[in-house]
Design a binder for this molecule. Structure first.
Ligand SMILES: Nc1ncnc2c1ncn2[C@@H]1O[C@H](COP(=O)(O)OP(=O)(O)OP(=O)(O)O)[C@@H](O)[C@H]1O
Ligand SMILES: O=P(O)(O)OC[C@H]1O[C@H](OP(=O)(O)OP(=O)(O)O)[C@H](O)[C@@H]1O
Ligand SMILES: [Mg+2]
Length: 400
């Protein structure tokens, strides 16, 4: 797909917006783009260990450690004030605990090689730098969206879309729409891409939802998950006002693009490190394989059932006639031997399949409908495929 065919998206940043407490979106494009390009090139610093940055605190910290533990990559961390740790299974890897935004900054500066952070943080602080590669885009926690919200009351009472907001006569060069946001890169870019030209931004470290009622801003641009904070502060989201959202969008992977799940926790790396640092790629491969195997298995159950039949083929045919029972590659069908009148006989076959958790009950019903009995359901720990698609994709992005 050509870049020009792609939808306009914040994942194709073309300009940099300087961060300041209050600024307009008309800004210098080229200066800091050059800075980003400089970061992509150049050699990596000399060290032998591979460094993985993990969130030191905040809402991503505990879930990240839990995920790694579930992948048998437990982090050996003596106490929470110690910022360096080890993963004993990965001997040449150092874990460094950092704030999510610093993980992104340190990937760009070459002080980290790999990191886990929210996709919003990677997009905001990565500023479209081509050195950042998303290796796993759906670690299955930290889901939220970045969205524009306006008051439900006053002049906004009947405004329900970004288009309507843009067309309000109130916004002029002298009196722009005032937006409070912590996303000082993505915010201005989104507004500009959507044709809102008279906008000014202010920033704060938190509790942004108070800004409209305090008279500081007209709108806010912030993360939303349950929507409770917006509701409690009399604010509403609007059509077309989502900047980053789960399951919609395109991602820049070096010079290629693809649709993906967005805005949860992601595993991200420095392209330079992967290419230039000895063993970085091997370590990444192992982490990725473990993550994929675990995350794939997490959505599935192993289902075992007995079924009367004349042959394994006949039983397999019955199982495969049901859409929800095809398993990963097809059902495993094995004879169940019993002794009848001194003779070994096969009246039953055991079938083993993997079933998506969401489809469990439907699958059990389908099993029963074709004569299944004694259905046993157990959790799956890992599914290792021959090769993970994400690994193939990474190698191709790196040109390897
Ligand atoms: N409701 C939510 N509000 C904010 N962040 C959320 C929410 N749900 C999920 N997240 C994810 O959690 C991340 C915030 O994590 P955390 O609190 O550690 O970072 P932070 O607030 O950016 O840190 P800092 O305190 O250094 O500013 C977001 O970047 C996002 O990816
Ligand atoms: O949709 P909800 O589930 O209500 O979550 C969204 C809120 O959570 C985050 O704030 P946080 O709790 O981190 O506080 P802060 O803004 O003061 O940092 C975010 O900035 C929103 O305000
Ligand atoms: Mg908040």
């Amino acid at each position: 797909m050509l870049a020009s065919n792609l939808p306009k998206s914040p994942f194709f940043p073309t300009h940099y917006v300087p961060i300041s407490r209050s600024f307009h979106i008309t800004c210098s494009v080229s200066q800091l783009q050059t800075a980003a390009a400089e970061t992509v090139n150049g050699p990596v610093s000399e060290r032998n260990e591979i460094r993985l940055g993990l969130p030191s605190k905040g809402r991503m910290a505990a879930d990240t450690l839990d995920l790694l533990k579930d992948c048998q990559l437990s982090v050996k961390h003596v106490n929470p004030r110690q910022y360096v740790a080890q993963i004993p299974q990965l001997s040449n890897l150092e874990v460094w605990f950092q704030r999510p935004k610093d993980i992104v900054r340190k990937l760009l500066s070459g002080d980290l090689d790999l990191g886990i952070a929210g996709f919003d943080t990677v997009s905001e602080y990565g500023e479209g730098n081509e050195d950042l590669i998303i290796i796993h885009d759906a670690l299955d926690y930290g889901d939220c969206r970045l969205s524009l919200a306006i008051p439900k009351y006053g002049i906004f009472e009947n405004i329900n879309s970004l288009k309507e907001l843009a067309q309000m006569p109130q916004w002029t060069k002298e009196k722009p729409l005032r937006v409070a946001t912590g996303f000082t890169y993505l915010g201005p870019k989104f507004m500009k891409d959507n044709g809102l030209n008279h906008v000014s931004f202010s920033t704060a470290d938190g509790a942004l939802e108070a800004a409209p009622a305090m008279g500081i801003a007209d709108a806010i641009l912030d993360l939303v998950s349950s929507g409770t904070t917006l509701k409690e502060n009399n604010l509403k989201e609007i059509d077309g006002g989502v900047v980053l959202q789960s399951q919609v969008g395109f991602l820049v992977c070096g010079s290629s693009y693809r649709a993906c799940d967005l805005l949860g926790a992601v595993l991200v790396a420095s392209k330079r490190s992967l290419i230039q640092r000895k063993s970085a790629l091997d370590t990444t491969h192992e982490i990725l394989e473990r993550l994929e195997a675990h995350l794939r298995a997490e959505g599935q159950f192993t289902v075992v059932a007995n079924m009367r039949g004349n042959s394994a083929e006949e039983v397999a045919e019955r199982v495969l006639s049901q859409a929800s029972l095809s398993g990963l590659q097809g059902p495993t069908v094995s004879p169940v031997f019993c002794k009848r009148g001194g003779q070994i006989a096969v009246d039953y076959y055991a079938i083993v399949i993997c079933v998506p958790k969401k489809a469990l009950y439907k699958s059990v019903q389908q099993l029963r409908a074709i004569g299944g009995s004694g259905v046993l359901v157990s959790p799956l720990t890992y599914i290792f495929d021959e090769e993970t698609p994400r690994w193939r994709e990474l190698l191709s992005t790196l040109g390897l």
